[in-house]
Structures are given as structure tokens and as C-alpha cells.
Write a protein that binds this ligand. Sequence first.
Ligand code: ADP
Ligand code: ZN
Ligand code: ZN
Length: 868
Amino acid sequence: MRHNGGSAAGLYEGSLLPEETKAKELIRYAQVIVDVPAKQTNRPFDYIVPSELREWVSVGSRVGVPFGPRTLQGFVVGLSEQSAMSASRLKPIEQVLDLMPPLNPELVQLARWMSHTYICHDITALQAMIPGALKAKYEKWITVADTAAGGGSPGGQTYLLDASPEEEEIVAFVRQKGNVTTETMLSRFPNAGPHLKRLLERGTLAEVQTVKDRLNAKKVLYVEPAVSREELLAHSEKLPSGSKRQKELLRFFADSSEPLALAELTEKLGMSPGTVKGLADKGWLTVEAREVFRDPYADRQFARTEPLPLTEQQAVVLKEIADTLDRRAHRVFLLHGVTGSGKTEVYLQAIQRCLDQGREAIVLVPEISLTPQMVERFKGRFGEAVAVMHSRLSNGERYDEWRKIGLKKVKVVIGARSAIFAPFSSLGLVIIDEEHESSYKQEESPKYHARDVAVERAKQHGAAVVLGSATPSLESFAKTAKQPAIESEEAADSAYKLLTMSERVEGRPLPAVHVVDLREELKAGNRSMFSRGLHEAIEQRLERGEQTVLLLNRRGYSTFVMCRSCGYVVQCPHCDISLTYHQVSRTMRCHYCGLSEPEPKKCPSCESEHIRYFGTGTQRVEEELGRLFPGIRVIRMDVDTTSEKGAHEKLLGRFRNRQADVLLGTQMVAKGLDFPLVTLVGVIAADTVLHLPDFRAAEKTFQLLTQVAGRAGRHQLPGEVFIQTYTPEHYSIVTASGHDYESFLDSELELRRLRGYPPYCELVLVTLSHEQVPLLVRAGESFAARLKQLWERERLSLSGEDAYFEVYGPVASPIPRIKDRYRFQCMIKYRGNVDVSAMLAETSAAFDETVRNDKLLISIDVNPQVLM
Ligand code: ADP
Ligand code: ZN
Ligand code: ZN
């Protein structure tokens, strides 16, 4: 894809440099993007920087600014001495919301690149970069309106013509308080609703909005001596003998002058805070509130690990990466290393190199493999220099980890997708583990892919990027120079460098894989969900005291409810998809709109009572295990058992401590786990993903099978894998069972080429939705027609180049209705030097009015991962 101007630099002309080059005192104006995601406000607005705030306003600051009648949050994207607007028409910035700007100039530029590439508003891109805790929170207040307050009526009552006594009381209350939140108002006057509405409508009262104060850093009281050791001892002597506790406290600080948290101190010495306060009042001790960082790992000790001597393959790979780091060059590596080849050790040593240069590193891992085990490996090597960002942290914890980055207290961030926005200023290395994972793509706006954002950031920093996987995505593989899929010169320059580790550490063999044909099992009279082979293998593990991992991939195997008499499947009345049965609550739920209904007793269509749920859930497998292997200890890991904070960690901890024989779960058990006693992996049904309407179905199947098989036999004991399937001849299953990425790649690339899918072209999915089909059809057709027109114009300027552009559709989406809105989609396939983002932005701009007036929704997904 072509991005005008190549890199993002220069998009906000003149705004990148002033911080460094211009003296702060020359700054008079700030350009601010305000928190209103709409086309009319999608540009920087000029504000005056008041002199008292000058020190605190930087590019990347979050500020509160007046905008019309309200105060809004905004981000400073530029600073200047002059404004094109006359100063009398400009308003000053009201608040600077954080002492430390949450973003920096480079990230502000990156937001610009994101809004262009992914076709979203600037504010949406900026908001995506900061932790949730910093997102705009507004408070609404009720005050007496200006006109009313100054209404020339000293008694303050007379202007209330025809006001009821209740209303007069309400106004008096508000006047006395200054401003009141709606909640306070309603708790004082429970029936105020209608009165309030009338007073607001008549302009007696007004609603004002302010940006809620910044999230506070956590403060803890610390105690330390205020005088010398000798004085402490002298005071202690002079105190009357009854003041035993005070004497003790003084002697304590005479022994150690280190500051200590008040809570810790009182507990240690078994005294009350009053004793401490008494001495502080005398001026002998100081008690002071200090900022502390909420550290989710505070109570954990991480044993320091030393770098391991590398295997030959690891050494070759590390040298390549280190050379690039030493040259401070930008380069993308694709590290294809089989499971257990020791990729993590390579990451760790590459990071060490980067830190030695005084630069910083970001490590992305998929959310579900951000396990304690993973964190331990990084904390163990780099200790306090590591910050961890994942969605299970509380808002406060995440805010603190983020602040540590800005304060340069940490050098390495490990986290899920959004950690790519860590506000480092001299980034040297980005590592993306399991780079093929679809969770790196954000499914809501901005629909960015962390891999592409990483490459863009690394370009700006002259940093290296390492994409690691045992099963690289076809898109990434095609970007390695070896692949002929991309031919242009520009592409050859930015080609990824392929690095390979084909062997497991210490020559450990990859596990033996048995593919089991479930049709044959049925023929042989086995109706259980466990084939004879897998059954026997589990039994053996139980006898030997070894462990088993069982994968049940529930996706596409949904537990729907069907009538056995007439075939009716219970569907959501608002969305065209079947409801999913939840056994615990005995309810039917819609995964799209959240509808929840009791399980039907009779078929709504034919009234038959033979209506029941189908499909295999993890719970059913668990029950079956208990029935077949009495006494077996099973840990089940799925969305239901891991919803609580820390549950994930606890379950894995129990499994590691051998408190269970079997770890049974969904995709969660397939990734990243490394347990020495796991010698058996079973896949209950391999082909559940294969039949999804998605051109990546085969690739996802291959990846999942390879990943989960890689959990077996990673240490001394050899591993064994059983893959149960109804389509044992499918190439993705055959190649996965042979650990044969190359053959899979050959077959899959050939199919993609024939069908015209990535990496042989790029995709954009445009989905339009509306409550009425006729309007939707008209909008869809005209959207497609406009795009085609634009292409006709664009192609003239591209004459001679090998460019391709095609719009497919509009057609009904695979899920044709969600929440009572019908859905149509257009699929765009293109290749070559085409600025599709600009064309799409122009096209959707033409629909602004329909979007505003008729509530048409247009969603644009560049390089979509989900095609529903
Ligand atoms: P991958 O991420 O490639 O699947 P890991 O990084 O988890 O593999 O490594 C697999 C196992 O090999 C881990 O237990 C790791 O500690 C060990 N290991 C890695 N490198 C070495 C090495 N150079 N020498 C000895 N053991 C190693
Ligand atoms: Zn629904
Ligand atoms: Zn029926």
C-alpha cells in the first residue's frame, strides 16, 4: 500500500521539532485534536498556551480545552509561535491532565499514519495508544445558569416565575453548593427528575461538563527520622519512662534511618499510628506521602537467570540480529523456529544487546500466552527493568506500568497487542512472538495490526523487528526475499530476512504424531469422543504419572440447540445466527447481541419435545473423561473457568505442580506452555476450523495443530500426539502431522494464487449496515460504483505499472443481520502501488450525509483477519 509521503514524518508540518529546538518561552499556541470522533472535528484546532502552563504542555500532552459550551479532552499534536487565527478568536488551554505527557512526538506522528492507513479519525488512533485509565472521562455537573445566577435579584428567588416550591428548593440547593452531580441531586431530591428537566429547559439551571481529574498515582505514607542519630538517642533518653513505645520507635530509627511505610512500621513494632504521629508532631520524625507504583508482581520473587550457552542455530540467528542492532539499522527478521527450538533465549539475548546500547525493547506476545511462565522468563533475566502490560491488570496497575515507561524506570515492556504503543523514546528492538496470531489485529476501530504498526515504529527509530513463529503467517513469509509473490523494487528493499531454526534444543525429537480417522472409529463401533489409540495413550500416562494436554477447539463446533423431529435450530431473533447453549445456566445466548433466554422445553416450530443441544463442549469432554477414567484429575481451561482475575495463572500453577493429570481446554492450552511432564497431546476434533467460511481456514488449522503438538515432549521425556479428524487426507492435517511447514506452504500458496487471495493480493473488507434492506442495497451499490470510478481515474496515473484493483459485491455478509441491522459487504482485492486508503476515505466521505441522517454504518477493515 502506498502511503503519501512514505513515512509519517512531515504530516504535521513543523510540529515535530519545536520541543527540542525552540525555547519553551516562545511557544504561544498549541494544535489540539479534540475528543470528538467526527469528520468536522478531525483536524487540529489552535489554542492559546497560557504562560503558567507553558512548561507543562508538550507534543503528546493530554489537555482539557473549551470546545463550544463544553470542556473536552484533547491531545496536543503541535506547538507553534504563531497561529493563522487571530488571537482574539482563540481560547486558552484550561488544564494539562498529566504531569508526564502520555505520548511523545513520534507516537503522535504514528497516530497520523494509523488514521491514514486504517481510515479512522485522528482522535480514535490517539486514544488507542493510551491505557484505558487515561481515556476521557467526563463528569457532568448541574449549576445555576449564568443568566439566572446574576439575574439582578438579590434574593435570588424572584426570577423564578411560576416555579413550584420544590423547584425553588432545588435551585436554592444548587446555588448553595455551586455545582452538583446528578447523583447527588437525585439522592437529595429523589423525585427531582421532571423538575430538573423543566429547570434545564427554561435555562434556570445548566449542565456543564468537565474532564474528570487524572487518575491519581497511588500514595503511601512513609516515615523517616527528621534529626540525626545522636539526637534521636538523646530524645529517647529524655522521654519519661512511661513512654515506652515512643522510646522504642526512636531507637528503631536510630538503628536504621531508612524510610519505611507507616503501615509496615506499625505492624513491625506493634504500635499505633498515633505513636508515630506524636513524634512527628515534635518534629523528630517526618511522615510524608510518597508515590508508589502498584506492582502486580510485587509479591513474587524472580530467580535471576544467566544467559544460556547457545546452540549452533541459535548463535547464527542471534548474530544476524545483533549485527543489525549494532548498525542501528531498521530491518525486519522472520524467525521460523520449530516448537522447542529455543526462540525465547534468542529474544532474551537480543534484548540484552539492545539494552547494552542504551536502547529499549518491546516484546509482544498473544494475550493468552502471557502466562506467569512467560513473564518469569523476562523478569528473571532483566528484573525490575521489565514492565508487563496485559488486560488482566487493574486500571491502576496498568496506569502505573505505563508511567514507569515514561519515567524511564523500565527498559523492556512485555505485553499484548497494545503494548506496541509503549512510549519509549529510543526503541531498538521489537519482538513479536507467535507473529501469526490473529489476536494482533484489533477488531474494533482503529482496526490496526500490531505487526504493521511495529514495522512503522521501527522505521522511525532505526530499530530491528523480530517476528518469531513455528508457523509463520503466509503474509509474513511472502515478504521474505525468497518468495516470488512480491516483485517490485521497493518491496525487495523492505523484504524481511528469513532466519531458520529447524531443530529442537539438545537434539530433542519432535513428537510422533498419529492421525486418527474418526469415521473408522465409528465403523469399528466406537461411539466415544476418544479414539481407541488416544484412550490407551491416556491410560498409559496415568500409569506412568505423566501429563496430558487435550485440545478441544470449540470454534465452529458451537453447541447449538436443534429439534430432532423437524430439524429446527434455535436462532437469535435479532441476528441471523444460532444461539449457543450454556450448560451451567441452562440458557441460550446470542454471542453477537448478548440475548439470553431459558432453554426451550418444546420445539418452537413443531412443538416436539425432542429438542436438545448438540456439539461437544469442554464440559462434556470433562464428564466423559471422568466416566472413562475413574479418579482422573482434570483441569478445565476455557472462557468459563478463566473469567476471574488470576484464574488462568492458578489453573496453570496447579497443573505444573502435578495436581492434575489432564489439562483440557480451548486454544488457550495450545500456546506457549512448557511443562516437562507433558508427554501426550490429544486433539479431540481437528477439522472444526477447516470448514469455516474463511480463506485462512487451512492455515489456521495447520498453525493450531503444530502449536499444540509442540507442547509435547519438550524436555527429557519424548512426546506423542493424537490428532482425531474426519478428514485425515486434508493437506493441512497431513503436513502438520509431518511437522512439514514447507510442504504446507507450497500447497497453500498455490491455492491462494489460484483463488486470488493474500499474499497474492491485498484485501479490504467494507461492511455496510442498516435497519432497512432497500436503503442498504442502494448505498452498497453506489459505494462500489464510486470506488470503481475512482479507480478508473487512479489507474491513468499508474499507467505502465503492474497494478490491479477489483471490487466484489455488494453481497449479503456471511452473518446477514446483527442486532436487527442488515449487513452487506464489498470485498476489495488489489495489488501494486495503489493508495486504497485514500480512495476509501474519499468514497466514504461521499456518504457522510447518509451516515449522519439515515444512520447508515460503514466499517472499513484493511487487511481483515475475520471475514464475517
Ligand atoms: P520455543 O519458544 O522455540 O518453542 P523455548 O524458547 O520455549 O522454545 O525453549 C524450549 C526449551 O529449551 C526451554 O525449556 C528452554 O529453557 C530450553 N533452552 C533454550 N535454549 C537453550 C540452550 N541454548 N541450552 C539449553 N536449553 C535451552
Ligand atoms: Zn443476537
Ligand atoms: Zn421441531
